[in-house]
Design a protein around this ligand. Sequence first.
Ligand code: AHM
Ligand code: MG
Length: 335
Amino acid sequence: MQRGELVTIEQHILALQSLHPGATGEFTSLLYDIALATKVIAREVNRAGLGNILGWAGLENIQGEAVRKLDVLANETIIRMNEPTGRVCVMASEEAEEVIPAHPRGKYVLIFDPLDGSSNIDYNVSIGTIFAIYRRKSLSGVGILADCLQPGKDLLAAGYVVYGSSTMLVYSTGSGVFGFTLDPSVGEFLLSHSQVQMPAPQYYSVNHANLRRWTRGVQEYVRWLRGDGEGAPKLSERYIGSMVADFHRNLLAGGVFLYPGEVNKPQGKLRLLYEAAPLGFLAQQAGGRASTGLQDILSITPTSLHQRVPVFIGDRELVATAEAMIRQHDLARTS
Ligand code: AHM
Ligand code: MG
């Protein structure tokens, strides 16, 4: 990009398409539809706190429409904008128990977490949308569950939008990670971060309140992240409680985010399809990694839509140390 040149997300997606001579433009349009849906969500997130001030009564606003919770609204926005286009055959959302059938001729599968960071939604703290796109596997008709249960290594694209002090969309189609900042005055996402690579780590992000419930390996690892023991890094701690926002900071500033399993809940909290795999794909594209502590997250073929996995994601070396400590302290005890 030349200095001073403005690149919109649409131009950027089209430029990527030109690298694939056989491309029909459908994938390009799908990415653009997602970007558009997130602009609608960003608008709602930005005015969320105005509901009471503007005098919306109870569950109805002044037009008599039901005031929906933001996460429901985000979910409906993404579904409505992608269901009829003919580009996706099936969708899966963190907010929906079953798959969402779409168009029989759709070539793609769209997986999304409409509004991640639910505990922060009501408090004006950064939240996000995560999306992932796979090629369909079924041969015809409306897509099915098997289309959604694909490993992260087969992703065609993944990305997220963080609704923070500004709104940013970050995505990858497998040729690097690119970030766009929404200019609200013109309503366009403009390229602000090109070919993002994770710098040397500065931060670790974890909910320390869970400390007593972690396995010995995880406890040792977090102690090491805090500076105890041989070769321990010098890091500072930051935890927002919205995975998108925590991941985003570590992507740009360098670091590791973890949501480990617990002794009585070894699978942890975060969802493989909607959270771990798409962000794992971005981490890898930016020079980092994502692991469960025992296995590379991108290699896992999901067995159910809402499967959970422990997550260690970010700087490669820091993730590798988590794996080593978990193998040393936890595997020896269970095998
Ligand atoms: P959600 O999908 O209900 O928003 O839950 C996922 C979120 C992540 O964004 C975040 O990393 C984690 O839950 C925070 O959990 P906790 O409040 O236990 O620290
Ligand atoms: Mg979520």
